[in-house]
Design a protein around this ligand. Structure first.
Ligand code: FES
Length: 156
């Protein structure tokens, strides 16, 4: 069967094809330049170094935020006085979580996800517990590191 006419002219077809190729090329180039200029963009650190004095004195049953790369980290002191550090990011779709001291639970407002005080997912859609970090102190430095990462700071 022969088509007598087309809704798309050859010129329109070729312009669209070339435009799409150009957009993909520019997007790829821009992304490569961005990754070159900011190599750590979007990457999580293996550890962060904080000041011990800024975090150890928080009251029991409270949290204090810190920067975990570009994400939220939470330093957490339980009612018992034991301290922890965790990533304050929900394991469902990576919204930030908040601590509810009255319930002693972490809450994600995006889809009503709940985690108990040990970070275990107990309600809502989160599929996994919150990620806890290792916490060590070296003098006035508080070292928060991913589980299993051994951190050796240079001696001053
Ligand atoms: S992102 Fe936290 S419950 Fe969906």
């Amino acid at each position: 069967m022969k088509i007598n006419y087309s809704l798309v002219t050859r010129r329109t077809f070729l312009n669209t094809l070339f435009g799409g190729w150009l957009a993909a090329f520019c997007g790829g180039t821009f992304y490569a330049l961005l990754k070159f200029a900011f190599p750590t963009l979007g990457k999580e650190p293996d550890f962060v170094v904080l000041k011990t004095a800024d975090f150890m004195d928080i009251p029991p049953n409270s949290v204090k935020p810190f920067a975990w790369g570009g994400q939220l980290g939470l330093f957490y002191k339980k009612q018992s006085g034991s301290t922890y550090a965790l990533k304050g990011v929900c394991t469902h779709m990576e919204c930030n979580v908040t601590y509810k001291p009255e319930d002693k639970k972490f809450y994600c407002a995006c889809h009503q996800g709940w985690f108990d005080e040990d970070g275990k997912n107990i309600a809502g859609p989160p599929p996994k517990p919150l990620e806890f970090f290792d916490v060590t102190t070296e003098g006035e430095k508080l070292i928060v590191a991913k589980k299993g990462i051994k951190v050796e700071l240079p001696k001053a």
